[in-house]
Design a protein around this ligand. Sequence first.
Ligand code: ADP
Ligand code: MG
Length: 670
Amino acid sequence: MELRSSIESVKGIGEKTAKLFNKLHIYTVEDLIKAYPRDYLSYEEPRSLAKAPVGIRIALYLEIKTYVNTEKRGRYIITSLTAGDSVNTIKLVWFNSPFLRNVLKRGDRYVFVGTIKKKNNFLVMEMPEYYPKDKYKGMMTTMQPVYSLTSGLTNNSFQRAIRETGSLIRNITDPLPEKVRQEYKLMRLDEALFNMHFPQNEEVLKDAVRRLAFDEFAGFLLEVRKLREENSALSNTHPLSEAALIRADAFIASLPFSLTNAQKNAICDIKNDMSSDYVMNRLVQGDVGSGKTIIAVTALYMTALSGYQGVLMVPTEVLAQQHFKDIDGMLRGQGIRTALLTGSLSVKEKRVIYEKLKAGEIDILIGTHAVIQDKVEIKNLGLVVTDEQHRFGVRQREKLSEKGQDPHVLIMSATPIPRTLAIILYADLDISVIDELPASRKRVMNCVVDTSYRDTAYKFILKEIRAGHQAYIICPMVDSSEAVDAENVIDYSEELKAYYRDNARIEYLHGKMKDEEKNQILARFMNREIDILVSTTVIEVGINNQNATVMMIENAERFGLAQLHQLRGRVGRGSDSSYCIFINAKETEDSVKRLKVLENSNDGFYIANEDMKQRGPGDFFGIRQSGDMIFKVADIYNHADILRKAQDAVLKYGDELGLVQDNETVITTL
Ligand code: ADP
Ligand code: MG
């Protein structure tokens, strides 16, 4: 077994299990080792049933009071029993686990771990884990890794597979020289990898995360440095024409709104860059709704008028379609020929577009990563724009630039990175910041509440639906297979359908669905055929449904502030009043304080700064922020101090660090 061997070389993984891992994009032993847990569970002291709280994950030490009952209901086989202590009882229920009949016997005692729900005044725990008391005692002293799973693959078998790679991990040689590790107080790589999976305690885990974050940052910064060296002095072979500059002003004057000063400044920067002696490499950074699209459109328009072609690359198909419709609508009247290129076009449709691009008969091409495929040849590519940039790796950007002879590059990002960090992360780019929202924008109204407010929220959503509007509800998890105590999209939408019955059309969306399915759901949501979209954070980028006025976020305490802010940006995009309801399911002093920041501010930069201040470095327990850049472990908000260290190390040691970035694979699509 080596790092590069197929996972079938891991003891215990056969062909069938390997296929399941493949579904999670785990093909090699190295992939497996780098499939870090999504969370860690600590097992706490069992509580007494009389005092057990509803709705959060707890442990109970109980005696089984009845025989195990098994019945078939619809697609499910339901296994249930009653357990209790000397005073109280609770019903325990499992789905599709008939074998439990032979495991759990009347009179036996186990520690059951799960979440209590109240159903018609009865206490019920669904799918509890069960452990003999001695085993449980042992578990209480360690942290249990929780992995992202797929149906058929259990957390246990995942853990077992990782344990099998233990000796291999121990033999990994560390690329970082010892002196560097000492200088920056970094854990050895093999220790870090092992402790990511099986940490003894939070301290150790923190150090493991910091080490891996350092590698990611330093690798990234080395890459950025290389890009900067390659690009900084390229001469401008696509200067804007005088006529283009003038017609751009007329175009802007013809818009139904006047630009904010920040937008004007950004456009001015772009005009200067594209008319200068050197190629443009610019980042436009602006909060959601700050109006970045029109800036991209103006740049593309000027490019077309100067006789070159331009490309706009976006991370999702839905976003591509949306932009295509908007841009075509704005520019068709000006004689500009636009086209849409996405993965779902037929071969024939694609061929037509390829030919036109080669002949220079398309001025502006809009698309997903389909635009960087080898078949795409563009006659005279003058400008490449990428929207929501953090979803694309540095390499993808490069690949797109290679489609032409040193085209200008413009990157739009909604990730509100504090300026001090942006300068480090985007060292190869000039930056324009849009720090002003259009005056017409209505402030989203916020409330942070606990789960008892749900019913009120549902009634409120119904009122909005009756007024013709739509709503989003966000859950952190996809389905109940993930042993994490948080709402999941699939069960949640079932319950919601039962609640609303015929009063609302409800669908769900998550990242494990096929692209085609996702696109269909989103298209129907855009067409107002769906009233409530229950979704994971896959919808966080770009979706622009101006008719949606409510965003409700379950388990808001599990998300980072910057990510919550990004999610909130999906509403308040039209002229109607909009609302964001944050459900704080686990009210701790800390979660209340953090969510207060969102309640009181709609300013992404302020929120990002607060987030950094409040969480402090190395706070790994928050779910990682969006704007994920391309890092697996590192988080620019949590690990700002490590980012600075990595920068220092790159300046001091450069290639001696022995790190390479493996972001080749990182294109995330909806
Ligand atoms: P984002 O920065 O999130 O990409 P968009 O470019 O999608 O924001 O802009 C959001 C909405 O605001 C669009 O409907 C756009 O037409 C509108 N908009 C952009 N600039 C202005 C402005 N200066 N005044 C009023 N509305 C604007
Ligand atoms: Mg946008």
